[in-house]
Design a protein around this ligand. Structure first.
Ligand SMILES: [Zn+2]
Length: 117
């Protein structure tokens, strides 16, 4: 039996059946989109943004767990941002040998700046 390493698991063909678009943005993409759209962020470097975006292991409530999603949702308010995020997610999954991907998102969350459902 092969050793169960990161590289071995990465090489296996996989299916991702429940992937949230707004929870899968690249950190650099969040920072770039925020700059482009003049959105204020609580931090402007990847290390501090990671600390803010990853919920604590012991969340008191679902609201606390979901709070970090406000940030990626805030930058996903344009067609271009949604297209870029989706394309990059597909790239990242392909790189990890995910052969089948079901992406989900809540379109109503992306209507804060004028996009329609
Ligand atoms: Zn879900």
């Amino acid at each position: 039996m092969p050793e169960l390493t990161y590289e071995f698991v990465k090489s296996l063909p996989k299916a991702e059946l429940h992937c949230h678009l707004d929870g899968s943005l690249r950190m650099g993409t969040i920072l770039e989109l925020a700059k482009e759209q003049n959105i204020e962020l609580p931090a402007w470097d990847e290390e501090n943004m990671k600390k803010i975006l990853v919920p604590p292991l012991t969340c008191e409530s679902l609201e606390e767990y979901l709070k970090p999603f406000d940030i990626p949702v805030s930058v996903l308010q344009t067609r271009e941002a949604l297209e870029r995020a989706t394309y990059e997610l597909a790239q990242d999954c392909a790189e990890g040998n995910i052969r089948y991907l079901e992406i989900r998102f809540a379109p109503v969350l992306d209507t804060q700046k004028g996009l329609s459902l």
